[in-house]
Design a protein around this ligand. Structure first.
Ligand code: ADP
Length: 327
């Protein structure tokens, strides 16, 4: 027999508590009904007792009262059995419903841990193999040793960025963030400046088309979102291409738009890019494009905390557009 899981035992325990409460109420009600009825019957009997000699009719009444009492007990027992069976079924269903959010949260936690471990294993395995090969040789030259250390350093960087991403994801709760009036084009301008070295390394030009708009936003979260969108736009663009950042008002709200002319995202993959650890085929196969599939899920989480969301449009081979709507 399969041993009872953590939740099976909890379902049963919760069901037992619900049933105990239902049965306590049902039994108390039955005892009250019985007492009420018994009092009525006793009263009827006392009326007939007032006569000294019992007539056959009174003896018959007494007998009938006894039968009625027995039937009442039988009915109350039956009622309690029905309440017990129906109550147990309903309680089990209710226990499952009560526990469902906890089960879902634990499932998500397990999936997250499994995905995170998987992501951690890959760079560690790469480092281990390189070190083993280097040691096996015995006659490793200085240049080879430097190469090996450089490669290991890249993996350490990967691990560092993964740890940072995981920390950001787990540290940012779901509570709404405090919003203040922010000059969107100023924040975007500052972020573009910060990302410039990354763009320069790939000879990517960042074009700015910024209309002055004031939005309600949480500045650190907004900076993080812009950083992630720009980083992706540069990362998934070929060398010497152009990334355009726009801010503009539209239909009573404001938009931040990041457009690239890079690899693009397949329509089938587009709905998943905001999922944790999701990486589209294009980025998985190309070793040069580093990442763990955490950036967009962090960005979307922050957007949700600012009561808005990021949307994406893309054409494979032509590029992608990410938009953040702000108020
Ligand atoms: P990462 O970039 O670390 O893989 P993200 O969560 O930032 O993780 O992105 C998830 C996936 O979405 C990426 O792996 C990539 O396949 C796709 N993606 C994100 N931004 C772009 C973009 N600008 N162009 C093409 N693909 C993108």
């Amino acid at each position: 027999m399969k041993p009872l899981g953590l939740f099976d035992a909890a379902y049963l325990r919760l069901t037992a508590w619900y049933v105990a409460i239902i049965m306590a109420i049902s039994l108390a009600f039955s005892i009250w009904v019985y007492n009420q009825a018994a009092n009525e019957l006793r009263f009827g009997l006392q009326q007939s007792d007032s006569i000294i000699f019992r007539t056959p009719a009174q003896a018959y009444i007494e007998e009938r009262l006894d039968v009625t009492r027995q039937r009442l007990i039988g009915n109350l027992v039956l009622l309690n059995v029905v309440v017990l069976i129906a109550g147990a079924g309903a309680s089990y269903l209710l226990a499952r419903r009560t526990m469902q959010p906890i089960v879902d949260a634990l499932d998500a936690q397990e999936r997250f841990t499994a995905d995170a471990s998987h992501e951690l294993r890959t760079p560690l395995a790469a480092m281990k193999t390189e070190i083993e090969v280097g040691l096996r040789d015995g006659k490793i030259t200085k240049d080879e040793a430097i190469e090996l250390l450089k490669s290991n350093l890249e993996e350490v960087d990967r691990l560092g960025s993964l740890a940072e991403g995981l920390l950001t994801l787990t540290q940012t709760g779901d509570a709404p963030l405090e919003l203040k009036p922010v000059s969107l084009e100023e924040v975007v301008g500052a972020m573009v400046k910060r990302m410039q070295p990354l763009a320069d390394a790939k000879k990517v030009t960042i074009k700015k088309d910024l209309q002055p708009v004031i939005v309600q936003a949480n500045e650190p979260a907004l900076e993080k979102i812009i950083g992630i969108l720009l980083d992706n736009a540069i990362k998934y663009s070929p060398e010497k291409s152009v990334v355009t950042v726009k801010t503009y008002p539209k239909d009573g709200h404001s938009v931040l738009e990041v457009q690239d002319r890079g690899v693009g995202i397949k329509a089938t993959e587009l709905p998943h890019i905001f999922d944790r650890f999701y990486r589209a085929d294009t980025s998985r196969t190309k070793q040069a494009i580093s990442g763990h599939g955490l950036g967009l899920s962090i960005a979307q989480k922050l957007a949700t905390q600012m009561q808005t969301k990021i949307t994406a449009n893309s054409t494979t081979g032509k590029g992608s557009v990410f938009k953040l709507r702000l108020y």
